[in-house]
Design a protein. Structure first.
Ligand SMILES: Nc1ncnc2c1ncn2[C@@H]1O[C@H](COP(=O)(O)OP(=O)(O)OP(=O)(O)O)[C@@H](O)[C@H]1O
Length: 228
């Protein structure tokens, strides 16, 4: 469960990105975070994986109070949260296999476990045949699927995606959405900040709309709700 209680975030330059956010997201939910540019969507998702800290208020991930989490404990939190970015962020000189294995090598999994788990997640994202390719040899959609595989290889409870289809064409975006859906069906919470009206209106989920730093709407099976 993710719980935000009266969360405010003001950046060092004085910009207030979130004001008085209260929200609860249960384990296994699929949530879109929508809203105009600059409304606070990225800030909202960054607070969950402690990329940013709230200026006031409290955030809990299950029983962990992020405001009280010591810096040295942050890596443990991050093992339970997979993150997918708009620009993929793959290591260009490593193969697909190595990009994904890297996340497990740093936590010193056994070589056998690493091999099994990397091949399992490549299967989930449909890229077993690309294990030896480097990112440059893949399409944008394939690169994003590698970054999703990397995000889930630790078997996190939560996957956060900040505009994951922003660099992809509409058809590829729908494929990526289906990949997130199948991950969600396995019980993983998925939180996706997106500008894609097509996705939000086609694959109906909970919609949290942020406008000017506040939650303007929070609807099950919601609509995108903005003109594009
Ligand atoms: N690191 C930062 N330092 C200062 N201000 C920031 C920082 N990050 C974001 N902001 C400001 O906070 C506000 C909210 O930004 P945020 O990135 O959360 O919005 P967003 O809804 O994700 O926007 P977009 O859809 O354009 O990505 C904006 O006014 C932005 O300029």
């Amino acid at each position: 469960m993710i719980l935000m209680k009266d969360v405010y975030k003001t950046y060092a330059n004085g910009v207030t990105a979130l004001s008085g956010v209260n929200v609860k997201i249960d384990q296994g939910e699929f949530v879109y975070v929508v809203g105009p540019s600059g409304a606070g969507k990225s800030t909202f998702v960054k607070l969950i994986f402690r990329e940013e800290k709230p200026s006031s208020g409290q955030i809990f991930i299950n029983d962990i109070n992020l405001s009280e989490l010591k810096e040295r404990k942050i890596p443990y939190l991050r093992r339970n949260i997979g993150v997918v970015y708009q620009d993929f962020r793959l290591l260009p000189k490593l193969t697909v296999y190595e990009n994904i294995a890297f996340a497990l090598e740093v936590i010193e999994e056994s070589p056998r476990n690493i091999r099994n788990r990397v091949m399992d997640v490549l299967d989930v994202v449909g890229l077993k045949n690309k294990a030896k390719s480097i990112p440059d040899e893949l399409s944008g959609g394939e690169q994003q699927r590698v970054s999703i595989a990397r995000a889930i290889v630790n078997r996190p409870k939560i996957v956060i995606a900040d505009e994951p289809t922003g660099n992809l064409d509409p058809e590829t975006s729908l494929d990526i959405l289906k990949t997130f859906e199948s991950i969600n069906e396995g019980g993983t919470t998925v939180i996706m900040a997106t500008h894609s009206k097509a996705i939000v209106n086609q694959f109906k989920k909970r919609v949290i709309a942020i406008e000017d730093g506040i939650i303007a709407r929070d609807e099950q099976q919601g609509e995108y709700g903005y003109e594009v």
